[in-house]
Write a protein that binds this ligand. Sequence first.
Ligand code: CP3
Length: 348
Amino acid sequence: MHKRLTKKQRFLNACGRVPVDMTPIWIMRQAGRFMSAYRRKRQAHSFIEMCKEPEIAAEVTLLPVQRLDVDAAILFADILLPLEGMGVGFSFTNHDGPVIHNPIRTANQVNRLIISQPEDSLGYVLSAIKLVKRELGSDTPLIGFSGAPFTLASYLIEGGHSQNYLITKMMMLKTPHVWDALMSKLSKIILLYLGAQIKAGADVVQLFDSWAGCLSPYDYAKYVMPYNKTILTGLKKYKAPVINFATDNAGLLELMGESGGDVIGVDWRISLDSAWKRIGYKKAIQGNLDPAVLFGPASEIKKHVRAIIEMTAGHNGHIFNLGHGVLPTTPESNVKALVDIVHELSER
Ligand code: CP3
């Protein structure tokens, strides 16, 4: 039997492809609505208030660690928070998700975007990190995160979530200099922000390129990858592992690996073993249970988990996760069962 590791050793070992005692697991959107304790808190505060009040953000960050036994905390925040410091107004609506008040579509608008210091515009996030770290102690790692340039650009340009990303893609193709100016600014802001999160205490950071899967590999390589590469290369000096995540990225795996990061996050539309083979075993991998499986019977959850864990045989460096965020109506008991099943089936 392998010596018992702390959650932090387990997680950092997996990021570095070093053997572990059992597969570490965390869950995207674990600090959110599927938890009754979150929904109770949310009745008294708006989402943005909860993000901006470090004590509440820290408390929500800790909920899944306390209740689910996951191997890492992820900071309760949102990828859109840096927009305010850029001078862009937005709000979260209860039904349509986030809305950007004045979408960014012209060279002048891009020029006016502010590159502020995260210590000034996002001090509340950094304070929440410090509070969480004090509570977590040295045994459990904290994941910080940022949206990636493309995903943030798509919100800025479209003004919210989009079906086809047409306005975004047309900025790329019709005014590549405006696209470059926007992506360059976003890359600087994201690098500063992730660096500040690590300095405040984040042990690992994840770059969420959630919507990059809408791109052809040709456009990803030309219009997105160079900026992600700048960020991922720039982060190396902080010595914290980086998870490079996108959904629907089966067409982009080789390019994502080439962009950088220690761990590549994949969703369920590809089998984990073929994804890992294509990325190469010099990177760790994160994923990739379909979030819908958590609505199924425990026996099915177990079968799906076993299939994923069996695909990792012979290689070090798997972090278990869903392929994308846990859905808000997921039964809480099934999420807890998932964590226990992953630990039980992967124990060595
Ligand atoms: O993973 C975690 O638990 C940490 C917290 C976290 C949130 N958002 C909390 C949240 C993280 C990492 C995010 C990232 C995020 N936010 C992404 C990338 C992740 C992904 O899903 O690919 C994106 C695209 C956003 C933007 C965003 N924020 C949307 C589209 C929405 C509304 C739709 C939705 O799914 O809720 C939000 C709101 C949001 N972010 C909530 C939470 C808990 C719900 C707020 C509420 O009503 O309580």
